[in-house]
Design a protein around this ligand. Structure first.
Ligand code: TXA
Ligand code: MG
Length: 545
């Protein structure tokens, strides 16, 4: 337990009107104290960045792990040379474009920066906030190490009430500077690597960074949970973050699907966009910005998370925000708040495609074992051309009544002769067959989902050509090396190598399939369907309610 402090409350809205309190804050900081200060992103808990004893107090007050480094805040660009050992041209260009503002740059550190501040790393994070009060306090004191002013693991504070709740009794002083503009923490980029890496998205967007730096890599941990044993590129990534008491799950689907799903579930809370509250009269409903406005979502998110707890929500479903622009920062925080739990409002229709012999059949057998329904479009093609199928009448209308014999059977050879005569006759056949096959396939998929299948798979070699991809929520491409495919086709159809090659020659390259698909299964020998389908199962089957 930490000893409770008598925390001074200061008023710091305006650098002119509130200068007395701003000077008081600076005085406490110069004397080794810790003070919560407003910034444009979130409130920070500040201490003299060069004073290891003062910095230790921050870790203690927050309950923060020692190896999670702090950001050093400056008020004047020249101060960077007292903190960073090298300041590359790229850093200058970023500073020119985005400072003061919500961008943190990681650089090699000078020895004067204590290991407490850098979390034991040989790099240091630097940022110049745009909040005038923050800059004034720094100007009157010194560069300040400051993490967000929340108790470790809680959502970052974006209003004075949040700071008051978390830091009263823990900090020497807390400054009231009103609500934060940006609402999520700064963008963190490292220039300590050859290609700059975006470690944490924030108010300065990836697109903005790319416009100055060219290539920027996005750290995997931005939108994904850290894998076991993986070394964090930024220590902050590995800690539990932004987590409210309520259990949050993010729901994929549009508003209507979301509302149907949520209202037929027994959740007690909903995190949705402004204007959507009316759909959830029975639930504890909290909004976080407007659907088409990531800036407003960023501004509201942390407050919304705290509000859910205040209102006592325990089991919450959240709308899924866009990942574009500042939306990437919103998703990064919300995914963590939800501990990467997702659900699908609707069970998916999944396209399964790939060139002949790649091993689609094997994958569809495996998916059946997982409770998926599989609609085989080749089988439907045979079915609709069987005796007594009404579709035969339509074929006869276009290709001649004599393609049907006296018993009502289709003369397949004759139809093939006529249909494959020219490009036009071939596309005529396709334009008749494809829509009918898709119609039946989608109808059966929807039925299977109604009846409780985990997902419905449209197994179609010509998925894209037939336009069936439009009906799919996601697509899996199955590919394999040519040699393996040749052997599989020869074995499966009992044909020669030359015949197999002939069939393969009229097909697309692998990229045709993989570029348009969310998942790619590499059905090389030997292969493990479970391992290959892990990403798909996790995203679309694992969390289906
Ligand atoms: O907007 C902000 O950045 C706020 C306000 C107060 O300025 N501050 C803030 O600090 O969010 P904090 O400590 O909550 O987050 C700092 C992040 C952590 O994820 C940390 O791991 C990372 O920056 N970081 C700091 N120094 C680093 C370094 N040398 N290498 C890699 N990551 C670093
Ligand atoms: Mg933080």
């Amino acid at each position: 337990m930490i000893n409770l402090k008598n925390t001074l409350k200061l008023r710091t809205f305006d650098i002119n009107k509130d200068i007395k309190d701003i000077e008081t804050a600076a005085g406490i900081l110069k004397n080794g104290g810790i003070v919560a200060i407003p910034t444009e992103t979130v409130y920070g808990l500040a201490a003299d960045a060069f004073d290891s004893e003062a910095v230790k107090k921050i870790f203690e007050a927050k309950g923060r792990p020692q190896d999670n480094p702090l950001i050093v805040h400056i008020s004047d660009f020249e101060q960077i040379y007292s903190i960073a050992k090298e300041v590359p041209e790229k850093a200058k260009a970023l500073a020119e474009a985005f400072w003061p503002g919500p961008l943190t740059i990681i650089l090699p550190k000078r020895d004067e920066i204590p290991t407490e501040t850098s979390g034991g790393l040989d790099t240091v994070a630097v940022r110049m906030p745009s909040h005038e009060v923050a800059r004034k306090i720094i100007a009157l004191s010194c560069p300040l190490a400051a993490p967000s002013a929340n108790i470790s693991g809680f959502p970052s504070p974006t209003s004075f009430d949040h700071v008051d709740a978390d830091m009263t009794g823990r900090a020497d002083a807390i400054c009231n500077g009103g609500d934060c503009d940006v609402g999520v923490e700064s963008t963190v980029i490292t220039l300590a690597t050859e290609i700059p890496v975006l470690l944490r998205p924030g108010g300065v967007t990836l697109e903005q960074l790319e416009s100055i730096l060219g290539e920027v890599r996005v750290a995997d941990a931005v939108l994904n949970p850290m894998k076991k044993d993986e070394k964090a590129e930024s220590p902050g990534m590995k800690y539990k973050h932004y987590s409210p008491d309520a259990q949050i799950r993010i729901v994929r689907g549009n508003l209507k699907e979301f509302a149907d799903f949520v209202n037929s579930s027994d959740c007690d809370g909903v995190l949705c966009f402004e204007g959507e509250e009316k759909y959830f009269p029975e639930k504890i409903c909290v909004t976080f910005g407007r659907e088409d406005d990531s800036l407003s979502q960023a501004q509201r998110l942390f407050d919304a998370l705290r509000e859910l707890d205040e209102k006592g929500a325990k089991n919450v479903f959240s709308r899924a925000p866009s990942k574009n622009g500042v939306g990437l920062a919103v998703c990064n925080r919300l995914y963590r708040a939800a501990a990467f739990r997702f659900v699908n409002a609707k069970k998916p229709i999944v396209g399964l495609t790939g060139p002949t012999g790649a091993g689609k059949g094997f994958i569809s057998e495996y998916l059946k074992k997982l409770g998926c329904y599989v609609s085989d479009t080749d089988a439907i093609a045979r079915e609709i051309t069987m005796k007594d199928s009404p579709f035969l009448g339509i074929l006869a209308e276009h290709f001649g009544q004599d393609i049907i014999d006296e018993n009502g059977e289709l003369k397949r050879k004759l139809l093939a002769e006529r249909a494959f005569k020219t490009k036009e006759t071939q596309s005529l056949l396709n334009s008749l067959m494809h829509p009918e096959i898709i119609r039946i396939s989608v109808e059966r998929c929807n039925e299977a989902i109604e009846k409780g299948a985990a997902a419905a798979i449209i197994d179609a070699p010509l998925l894209f050509e037939a336009g069936a991809d439009k009906y799919c929520d996601t697509i899996i491409a199955v590919i394999a090396p040519k040699e393996i495919r040749i052997e599989r086709i020869m074995k499966r159809d009992g044909i020669t190598r030359e015949q197999a090659l002939g069939r393969m020659s009229v097909q697309h390259e692998d990229e045709f399939y993989t570029m348009k698909s969310e998942f790619t299964v590499r059905a090389f020998e030997p292969y493990d369907a479970e391992e290959e389908l892990k990403g798909f199962v996790e995203k679309y089957l694992g969390q289906v309610m």
